[in-house]
Design a protein around this ligand. Structure first.
Ligand code: TRP
Length: 345
């Protein structure tokens, strides 16, 4: 886990928290896949445990308001939100150690988004890579929510005055924008928010089974770690490996083989596995079978936990409601301060 720069101690103004506080948001994309875990959730769990040991708070939010910029089916949004909550808990988020909640359960953040909109030049938002990308991928629906998406993301972070943000590398431009928005706000209204810093994982971008694109549900190239073992096996056996290795006797190139790269995360012996590929002692099929078995075994307890959680929506809702209640005082205190600074009360 690396932090892009040491957070400044909050000595300049009394309204900044003395302890660092961590916040991250995750899209309600349903049941999680390998890319979610390696790219984000492992990092959340590590930071949650560090926070519990060192005495700082960690807050995790399932961002359903953000999802509305692309998901328009209410039943699907509700279902995927619960599936994501169950996945996060099954994979190690512990509601006793962190605060886990659903974004729309604390609607104050939309007020803060509006207020931050008024310090954010529209040019910054038009230049955001994800906005440009969405204009290409959903040209029939370039809604204003897509443009202001990073402002809502900044509001998510700063309403809790969080200074540590565990994210994947793909979120770097959004985080940079959050920092600019914080600077713009602080410059106009006085030191109010700490500048957030990224906490990157070791596996920032996980490629999908096609070996080319980032693993994502919308692309359909996922490894569904919480699914039945047969499903996982099938997905892994279909993975694209080193495309230049045609014959079983050809030497493999582990540096470009996605299956070999994934072995890094499931065992200390990946160098040996790579060596077997390089010397053609082992073939792609062997390496895939081994990966499948390791992933199936590694996630067996999480798979069981997920099954129990998703079968008990009452319990899940209670956990999420409690999370939203626990963070209420922080959100309310920030909003009172911000309204005061901006001349609203
Ligand atoms: N945009 C992030 C993503 O798509 C999700 C997100 C929303 C987020 N608000 C956040 C991440 C605040 C970090 C901090 O993954």
């Amino acid at each position: 886990m690396t932090i892009d720069a040491a957070p400044k101690p909050a000595t300049r103004a009394s309204s900044l928290p003395a302890q660092p506080r961590a916040f991250s948001g995750i899209q309600p994309s349903g049941v999680t896949h390998l890319g979610n875990d390696l790219g984000a959730i492992r990092n959340y769990v590590a930071l949650q445990n560090r926070g519990a040991a060192e005495g700082f708070e960690t807050i995790y939010c399932i961002v359903d308001y953000h999802a509305l910029t692309s998901v328009h089916d209410p039943d699907r949004l509700r279902r995927q939100t619960l599936e994501m909550a169950a996945s996060l808990i099954a994979l190690g988020l512990d509601p006793d150690k962190c605060m886990l909640f659903v974004q729309s359960h604390r609607p104050e953040v939309t007020e803060l988004c509006w207020l931050l909109n008024t310090v954010t030049p529209v040019g910054w938002l038009q230049r955001t890579p994800t906005y440009k990308e969405k204009r290409q991928t959903q040209p029939e629906d370039v809604n204003h929510g897509l443009l202001t998406y990073p402002v809502l993301q900044a509001a998510d972070i700063v309403i809790y005055k969080a200074s540590l943000v565990p994210i994947g590398k793909d979120q770097a431009p959004h985080l940079e924008l959050s920092r600019e928005i914080v600077r713009a706000f602080n410059a106009r209204y006085g030191e109010t928010f700490p500048e957030p810093h990224a906490v990157y994982t070791e596996a920032p971008v996980v490629l999908g089974t096609d070996g080319v694109r980032k693993m994502s549900k919308s692309v359909g190239n996922t490894i569904d770690i919480l699914a039945e073992p047969d499903v996982i096996r099938k997905q892994i056996m279909s993975m694209v490996t080193d495309t230049q290795r045609i014959l079983r006797s050809d030497p493999g190139r582990p540096e470009v083989c996605n299956v070999c790269q994934m072995h890094r995360h499931f065992g200390d012996d990946y160098e040996e596995i790579w060596d077997g590929e390089r010397t053609a002692r082992t073939g792609c099929v062997d390496t895939k079978k081994l990966l499948a078995q390791r992933i199936i075994d590694h996630y067996a307890p999480a798979r069981e936990a997920y099954r129990e959680l998703i079968a008990d929506p009452v319990r899940l809702h209670r956990i999420l409601d409690e999370g939203a209640e626990r963070i209420r005082p922080i959100a309310e205190a920030t909003m009172a301060e911000v309204r005061e600074r901006m001349g609203l009360r």
